[in-house]
Design a protein around this ligand. Structure first.
Ligand code: FES
Ligand SMILES: [Fe+2]
Length: 360
């Protein structure tokens, strides 16, 4: 068993200057999970979301392609589409004074005005953003030079497909936000290892054989596999074989999608950095429609229970790191290789900046 120093200095977990750098060098360049493809099933479907402070809108255009735009009106700056009002239309119409754009982002009209000048019209076009999908999950980047999507996701689409869960067949069963007094990197790092599972997650450890647990890092994502203990998961349900392996997938920098062994289920976990000391994790739950009460709630309750246990941990680590008495940590690499992989990605993202490096 080898012990290696942690790669990120402790103050990076609570320093507002580092947080600002991360916003610039990680957040603004990232691919962000913004919603589900089923909200964009038909041409003309649209929904609004936010990436940090930036309102965005995603639409399915007339040809059936997904498009994303900055959702800020060229007239007086309102959000064109309100987040609370997804819909379907031939034109995107600002809710303030009814200026309109087509589904390709071209300016169409402003009530009471005739804008015919081509240059002016071009100026009034919506700013396009990059949009991609991973199974039923839609991602948008604000940065034209973001890591190319295919490089970011690598083999993840195939691995998700091979995991035995048909994500698109599962029914959305609600969401829950978990606010935490902890830096976002602690939330991600905690997700990336199960070294803490036997002591922190009794219900999870009853289900999963921790001795067989694996963490496999790739370039920009990692996959954890947890096999159910013998006898904890039935072989079949409704004559369909049940997954005996759970997958806990992390995609740099803020997205996770998980499946537990047993009745078909999935959950996403979107990590939203608020400031250097605060993070919100938003979970969404998906279940096979055949799962009836009380099994449906039992699955969701287990996922929530594990996350609530993690909130206690990451808030505690955050207090420890802020104490001034944690100068450099250690990683138990056999089980914390996913943490080292993540810390390397953070270092790589920040290395172009003047961020003070690890103090050795
Ligand atoms: S602010 Fe959008 S039409 Fe006026
Ligand atoms: Fe945990």
């Amino acid at each position: 068993m080898s012990l290696n120093p942690t790669l990120i200095p402790p103050h990076w977990y609570h320093d507002p200057k580092i947080f600002a750098l991360e916003q610039e060098l990680i957040g603004s360049k990232a691919w962000h999970y913004v919603g589900l493809t089923e909200k964009l099933a038909e041409p003309g479907d649209y929904f609004a979301a936010k990436i940090g402070e930036v309102p965005i809108v995603v639409v399915r255009d007339r040809k059936g392609n997904l498009r994303a735009f900055v959702n800020v009106c060229k007239h007086r700056g309102a959000e064109i589409i309100l987040e609370s009002k997804p819909g379907n239309a031939q034109l995107l119409m600002c809710h303030y004074h009814a200026w309109t754009w087509d589904l390709e982002g071209n300016f169409k009209s402003a009530p009471g005005m005739k804008i015919t000048d081509g240059v002016e019209k071009e100026r009034l076009a919506l700013k396009p953003l990059k949009v991609q999908t991973l199974d039923r999950f839609v991602f948008v980047s604000l940065d034209a030079n973001a890591v190319p999507w295919t490089q970011l996701v690598g083999q993840l689409p195939e691995l998700l497909q091979a995991s035995g869960t048909d994500f698109k067949s599962l029914v959305y069963r609600g969401a829950k936000a978990f606010p935490m007094k902890a830096n976002w990197k602690l939330v991600v790092e905690n997700f990336l290892e199960c070294y803490h599972c036997p002591i922190s997650h009794p219900s999870f450890t009853k289900l999963i054989d921790i001795n067989k647990y694996t963490v496999t890092p790739y370039e920009y994502f990692s996959v954890q596999q947890g096999t159910a203990k013998a006898g904890t998961v039935d072989a079949t349900y409704d004559s369909q074989p049940l997954n005996q392996v759970g997958y806990y997938n992390y995609l740099w920098p803020f997205f996770m999608v998980n499946t537990y062994p047993g009745l078909p289920n999935a959950s996403t976990n979107l990590v939203i950095p608020i400031d250097a000391d605060h993070t919100v994790a938003i979970y969404e739950f998906f279940l096979d429609e055949r799962i009836k009460a009380p099994h449906d709630q039992e699955i969701i309750d287990l996922i929530k229970e594990v996350q609530e246990e993690d909130v206690v941990i990451v808030e505690s680590v955050h207090r420890g790191l802020r104490s001034g008495y944690y100068k450099e940590g250690r990683l138990m690499l056999e089980k914390e290789n996913g943490v080292a992989h993540f810390q390397n990605l953070v270092l790589k993202a920040l290395e172009s900046s003047a961020a003070p490096g690890p103090s050795r």
